[in-house]
Write a protein that binds this ligand. Structure first.
Ligand SMILES: NC(=O)c1ccc[n+]([C@@H]2O[C@H](COP(=O)([O-])OP(=O)(O)OC[C@H]3O[C@@H](n4cnc5c(N)ncnc54)[C@H](OP(=O)(O)O)[C@@H]3O)[C@@H](O)[C@H]2O)c1
Length: 246
């Protein structure tokens, strides 16, 4: 997938990793970047085409697909991390977590698969997490949603192989975004030192390098590598060993 000259659409592009995706795609010479957000007025990125998009709203997804018919790279970045457990967590929050990561990502893929086919195949990058492979007491609904999104990634890859679409998943652990820092302070009661978190710029760079290289799974840090390796072993190891919860 050549990023120079590509037309990309990034979900959740108003801040943090999504904004970095849109910015780095422009820097790499993308011909057009649709920077989408629930609140488009918050997107501050010269050169980007800003569109309103809530991935949990079918009408909003359809409206964006109707406008962005030239997309050949879809970056499913939008997500929520609500710090909700499964047994005693609020059921509406659990549903919102799955509505966003699983059904929202699926809605985008269903809307854009024909567009990608029309534009030569292109690529989809799904932003997953180390919690696709591991649980974390305190944020287990998020882990379920990320596991579902990982399986979705693998299934869609098979279904879109015939039209030549690269379907790639990005796996990584705690990263220094505003949300992650706020989450740590709210849930853990203390700030996480930057030294235990990834630099978001580096994660996005590794992700885009992976897409350009045609990788179907991009393990972007040591958390991701350790989690993937642990899957062959004792299920008691399927737990994120860190003071964070992404
Ligand atoms: N940061 C980490 O440590 C980490 C680690 C692994 C994976 N990830 C994953 O990386 C992605 C980005 O994470 P981040 O830390 O940059 O998160 P973030 O700062 O919370 O940003 C999430 C973005 O998603 C948007 N969003 C949420 N629900 C949406 C919806 N229904 N429709 C459209 N946009 C929606 C948010 O918009 P609003 O501003 O309107 O809320 C925001 O722009 C997520 O998928 C996350 O699960 C993050």
């Amino acid at each position: 997938m050549r990023l120079h000259g590509a037309t990309a659409l990034v979900t959740g592009a108003n801040r943090d990793l999504g904004r970095h995706f849109a910015e780095q795609l422009l820097r790499r010479g993308a011909a057009k970047v649709y920077a989408t957000a629930r609140r488009p007025e918050l997107v501050d990125l010269p050169g980007a085409e800003v569109l309103p998009l809530d991935i949990t709203d079918p009408a909003s997804v359809a409206a964006v697909a109707a406008v962005a018919g030239d997309v050949d790279l879809l970056v499913n970045n939008a997500g929520v991390s609500l710090g909700v457990n499964l047994v005693d967590g609020d059921l509406d929050q659990i549903r919102l977590t799955l509505d966003t990561h699983f059904y929202g990502t699926l809605a985008m893929i269903r809307a854009f698969a024909p567009i990608l086919a029309e534009n030569g195949g292109g690529a989809i990058l799904n932003v997953l997490s180390v919690l696709a492979f591991q649980s974390y007491d305190g944020n287990n609904a998020y882990a379920v949603a990320k596991s579902a999104q990982w399986s979705l990634t693998n299934g869609v890859r098979l279904e879109l192989a015939g039209q030549g679409t690269l379907v790639s998943g990005l796996v990584f652990g705690p990263t220094a975004t505003q949300t992650m820092k706020a989450y740590a302070e709210r849930v853990l009661g203390s700030a996480l030192p930057d030294s235990v978190m990834n630099d978001p710029v580096g994660i996005v760079r590794t992700a885009l390098d992976g897409v350009e290289a045609g990788k179907i799974e991009i393990i972007a840090d040591s958390f991701g590598a350790a989690a993937k390796a642990s899957l062959a072993g004792d299920p008691r190891a399927f737990v994120l060993e860190t003071a964070s919860a992404e």
